[in-house]
Design a protein around this ligand. Structure first.
Ligand SMILES: Nc1ncnc2c1ncn2[C@@H]1O[C@H](COP(=O)(O)OP(=O)(O)OP(=O)(O)O)[C@@H](O)[C@H]1O
Length: 483
């Protein structure tokens, strides 16, 4: 399996996007953490000084998706049943328990086993028979990150490709070029033994002269560039596409212009082309988009594990100021044996300050904030998972989707609030909640100043769960916490 990789300069429009992902190569000017001004290198090499420490980290959907991909090295299990809605309810619905049952090409089966997959994941059990059926069926599938969607559609693309025909046959749209590359890697891994199948990336910067005869069978790209390749440069003949995949639909609709681009591409596909859409979440907006773009779909959904506060004992400590919060944290830290803890701060400035304080006091701490590249974030999370650091200090950039099972203590160094000081209930739940299924006990400490007390009380009422006050100077009381 070979691939033509992206090389060359980024175009002007895309360089903004590239900037947003790579500009995170930040170079603090004085020391590692405690500074105001951060020098950020742009893609063109110029340096910007920015002052963003007081800002909250914005959760970027595409970056989060990429992070999830990087940190999921195995399947995320679910205790829910897969819900299936068939376009033709009278046709038999079957699921498979083994990959052999799918009657795949030998070299594809070898590729799957070489990736260490023994049997289909929950969503794959239902989705693969539909995706590989003859005649091809369209599918909309929703399940959380890490449940095996990418592997499923890659398998569908590889199984439908005719390696002897040297033109684009499968087209996959992804919201960013990094996500496109990740999918491409899965194609390369799974297609390792399909030696004549090749993948090519339609992403800005990969400049192919007009009228070039593309011989690769699988094209993965971002909607804008794919649109150009199809209509302006005439590189892809959409009438010959057999499988069209729209991945990360929720991120796609969040990016301006991408839904329209995708729809324009889809409209030019032949009616017999198989159309597949995947999304990790399924709000109404995603659903409307999915219905517009996928004709006569089968629908598969796998519900996410619900987060609950039931197994979490929650405390709050009333503090006067930041230093006081830190002292309280130290007292707690010194009194109970903490395995691993995550501490959430609302701004980068607070997170940096706390990191410096803790390092100076000799703790093994790492800092995860939005100014790091996604790759750097993934590596910090991995180190933390491996137990190399005991404490992870972070901003909201890490509030969702990052599941470190061995963490049993979460500290809200700052309460999550929305603009206008309204508590951010959802973020609170994501920070400290656990899935009922894993049900491990946990402890949560909220360090609050007096003016935050009303917000805390609202949180308590909202979840109908008690948050007890703790006197952080009373070591005996802290030691009594059963943990
Ligand atoms: N049948 C399987 N058996 C074992 N591992 C699997 C199987 N299918 C996928 N995986 C692995 O599980 C992880 C998540 O799979 P995959 O990336 O396909 O999920 P996803 O739902 O597309 O999530 P994301 O959108 O975050 O990539 C990957 O490391 C993948 O290699």
């Amino acid at each position: 399996m070979a691939s033509l990789l992206w090389g060359g300069d980024a175009g002007a429009a895309e360089s903004e996007r590239l900037n947003s992902h790579f500009s995170n190569l930040s170079h603090p000017q004085k020391n590692l953490w405690g500074i105001k001004s951060t020098a950020v290198r742009n893609i063109d090499g110029s340096i910007n000084n920015i002052n963003e420490d007081d800002e909250e980290d914005v959760v970027d959907l595409a970056a989060n998706s990429l992070l999830n991909k990087l940190i999921h090295q195995s399947l995320v299990e679910s205790s829910h049943r897969v819900e299936v809605l068939q376009k033709d309810p009278s046709s038999p619905l079957y699921s498979v328990k083994t990959f052999e049952e799918l009657r795949l090409k030998e070299e594809l089966l070898k590729g799957i086993y070489a990736m260490g997959f023994n049997r289909p994941s929950k969503i794959q059990e239902m989705a693969l028979p539909m995706m590989l059926a003859h005649p091809p069926q369209n599918l909309i599938a929703q399940s959380q990150s890490g449940t095996g969607k990418t592997a499923a559609f890659v398998l569908a693309m590889l199984s439908r490709v005719n390696a002897l025909e040297l033109f684009p046959q499968c087209l996959c749209l992804a919201p960013t070029y990094e996500l496109a590359l990740q999918t491409g890697r899965v194609v390369e891994q799974m297609g390792k033994f399909c030696v004549d199948v090749q993948v090519m990336y339609a992403i800005r910067g990969n400049r192919i002269p007009r009228g070039t005869d593309i011989t690769k069978q699988i094209i993965i790209g971002t909607p804008g560039t794919v649109l150009d390749w199809c209509f302006k440069l005439k590189l892809i003949d959409l009438t010959k596409i057999r499988v069209f995949v729209l991945d990360e639909a929720d991120v796609m609709i969040d990016t301006q212009g991408f839904s329209d681009h995708s729809i324009r591409i889809q409209r030019a596909l032949p009616s017999e082309c198989q159309m597949l859409l995947f999304s990790a979440t399924f709000e109404d907006s995603v659903w409307h988009f999915a219905e517009r773009i996928i004709p006569d779909p089968n629908v598969i959904k796998l519900r996410k594990e619900e987060l609950t506060l039931n197994n979490i004992r929650q405390y709050y400590v009333l503090c006067e100021h930041r230093k006081d919060k830190y002292q309280a944290l130290c007292n707690i830290y010194g009194s109970i044996t903490i395995g691993q803890a995550i501490i959430f701060c609302q701004t980068r400035r607070n997170a940096k300050w706390l990191t410096v304080e803790m390092i100076q006091d000799g703790h093994q701490v790492s800092l995860l904030s939005g100014e790091l590249t996604v790759e750097q974030r993934a590596s910090i999370i991995q180190r933390f998972r491996d137990g190399k650091e005991k404490v992870l200090i972070t901003t909201n950039v890490c509030a969702r989707g990052i599941d470190v099972k061995q963490v049993t203590i979460v500290v809200n160094f700052d309460l999550p609030v929305k603009q206008g000081e309204e508590p951010d209930y959802e973020t609170y739940l994501h920070r400290i909640g656990r899935t009922g299924r894993f049900g491990k006990k946990g402890l949560a400490f909220n360090m609050i100043e007096v003016d935050e007390l009303p917000s805390l009380m609202k949180i308590q009422d909202h979840f109908n769960s008690s948050i007890k006050q703790l006197n952080a100077e009373d070591m005996d009381e802290i030691e009594k916490i059963d943990y």
